[in-house]
Design a protein around this ligand. Sequence first.
Ligand SMILES: Cc1cc2nc3c(=O)[nH]c(=O)nc-3n(C[C@H](O)[C@H](O)[C@H](O)COP(=O)(O)OP(=O)(O)OC[C@H]3O[C@@H](n4cnc5c(N)ncnc54)[C@H](O)[C@@H]3O)c2cc1C
Length: 390
Amino acid sequence: MSMNAVRANIAIIGAGLGGLTAALALQRAGLRPLVLEQAPVLGDVGAGISVTPNASKALISLGLHDGLEQHGQAVPVQEVREGATGRLLKSIDRSDVRERYGAAYYMVHRADLHAMMVAAVRANDPDAILTGQKLASLAMAADGVEMTFDNGTQRRADVLVAADGSRSLVRSQVFGADKAEFTGHVAWRFLVPAGAAPAEALAPGSRVWTGQDRSFVRYAVRGGQLINCVGLTRTGLWRGEGWSQMVSAAEMRPEFEGFMPEVMQLIAAAPGGRVNSWGLFVRPMAESFVQGPVVLLGDAAHPMLPFMGQGAAMAIEDGVVLGRCFAVSANPAEAMARYQAVRLERCRFVLEESALGADRIQQDGADNKRLARNEDSLGIFDYDPATVAI
Ligand SMILES: Cc1cc2nc3c(=O)[nH]c(=O)nc-3n(C[C@H](O)[C@H](O)[C@H](O)COP(=O)(O)OP(=O)(O)OC[C@H]3O[C@@H](n4cnc5c(N)ncnc54)[C@H](O)[C@@H]3O)c2cc1C
């Protein structure tokens, strides 16, 4: 970053993976954004995340290659198996992923990725992130935005980047309130220490088991020390938005009754017999990502279901493209218009495919046509936000 840059008045609400990527990318463009995060302490949840090649390319363009190599595990193979029989339905060899897509496919602990990004943002500008700043309301000013935080602080910015997640306050205040709908999908998540996991679960790569209305995935993170486990099931029971809690693994077990022993053994090994469980909600994607001086990014713009593991990847792509747009534009309005033009269709496509993903994956039996429609065949990994035409 050029240290001659003036503290350009760009506020980013939210220090999630999207907000931090935007901060790094804007710093690269010579700006000095200020990230305002509601949490008193920075961090991310204890869970794994797949950083697919499109997202790896984005992070590498921001100088995070060594961090990804250090904290991430490149995935050699991905398998889809029938939950009840273990029969292999599909195996994707990932050994050529760097040659094919230009970057590795990593599995990372979310907290490690988050910490790496916080450190990178602060290395450019030690004052770039403030915690304990919960945005309470905002108002459009003549040439910017006036923000009020729940600690009583008022701030003004020329540009506000809303990276405040799927329940975005900025989105509801500026773009109009929208209704969240429960999708019927429930996610169950936990990490098993390698020493407590069944031997089979230590095999390299990721493995998904599928059945009617349910799926379960496991892969290793943190140098193989932890096995990340995510179950997805459907329920007729309504859940309130934000419904998320630690529950007994005994609640999860019947959901996967009849699945292979490896799955059941992993559930039995959930630390303290507890797993995190929450309902998945959708909102319509924002029709526009820009309103005056406000620009939406990540889940705030396009909350999507996790069936392609692309939610954070899209937030990361958004951030890189936003930074590039600011680097080449004459003024913020031009930069934001370019950003929207580049991102809208890409995000809509991935969001719609992610919604269809549940039906493709969560079925009994082998149907190779169904599984053939995937991230590879859809070209999702080909995208490079660091070079895409802006
Ligand atoms: C089960 C599951 C598995 C997933 N797996 C993957 C995966 O493997 N790969 C992948 O790419 N994606 C995955 N995702 C999606 C991914 O988690 C999200 O898309 C991603 O975290 C969105 O990032 P974000 O920065 O936009 O929002 P968030 O991560 O939600 O960050 C928003 C930030 O804004 C802050 N904030 C909110 N409101 C305010 C306020 N008023 N004032 C100040 N700060 C505020 C929050 O505290 C938070 O830090 C998964 C999702 C689920 C549910």
